[in-house]
Write a protein that binds this ligand. Sequence first.
Ligand code: SAH
Length: 349
Amino acid sequence: MLNLYDYTLDKLTLLMDEYHQKPFRARQLFSWIYQKEMTDFDLMSDISKEFREILKRDFTIIKPKIVVDELSKDGTRKLLLEYPDGAKIETALMPYNYGDAICISSQVGCNMGCSFCASGLLKKERNLTSGEMVAQVITMNELLKKEERHVSHVVVMGTGEPFDNYENVMDFIRIINSPFALAIGARHISVSTCGIPNKIRRYALEGLQTNLAISLHAPNDIIRQQIMKIARAYPLSELMDAIKYYEKTTNRRVTYEYIMIKGVNDSLKCAEELVKLVQGSLGFVNLIPYNKIKEMPYERSDEKTIHVFYEYLLKHHVRPTVRKEFGKDINASCGQLRAKEIHKNEEEF
Ligand code: SAH
């Protein structure tokens, strides 16, 4: 069975051709499943009965089951979803004043092995298909509909490394961005990567107006290699070259994510090195207070240290932002809820 949510409009149009259907059939199906939110082929009234039978025979529309639905005091909503094969993933919704942003997972578990991140506690089981990523947005939209809200922004920042699942993530973006599907504007879509240079170059050539965030987290190779396994494969010089290529090709600014971890990457010397590192780039630096994970030895930097770091960047013309925190009371950091649930089950059985 083929999952209809997995198809971009272009791919579905090609597939319809194989069924000797006119190209507009794909647009019709998109309209049914995304705009009219209809998953019952029998009710797709402008499609012939004969072809509806074929659709029923060959196609399915996979929606995950909601296992946990947690609502934080600040409005953050975190879902633990389960796909038919038993794979469990997390999706979070963050209400901003400019709209509702969803943070989706791109893989089941993660192999990047960043030493501070809860997602890496559980190794990658498999990639998510584009349709499984689309279904995260649809599931959230179904919940929001009751309050007359809908997902307006998407960040691929949940569990998984999107550039380790490159094709599916690109198809996902094309589907949610399509005016015939969810019509989420490209500038409202962001992908966050731990920094895989050849994929950053490839992303630069996709012709998308989407955003790119880089998990930098350290101003030099020594610290970065201590906390991020990927840095052992690609030194910062290679990463920064790829980012420069991206900026030159797309004319778009990246966001550098920098988690503030006490005693690890938060000294004034680190701030100095960071300024030098990003000086040639147009990117923004986003300082993220580290979210403590029980199983890990790291602590968040003191507020004063974050402030000094922030002021140093500001004084040296790197315009930093400090990330707003969400869902502190509901394990909203990526991977935390999933790890807790899976460990709970392990204890139970
Ligand atoms: N693999 C991608 C996307 C998933 S991680 C990436 O590395 O960018 C999303 C972001 O959350 C990354 O910047 C990651 O470093 C950060 N992150 C992970 N654990 C965190 C924690 N405990 N506190 C704050 N940020 C964290």
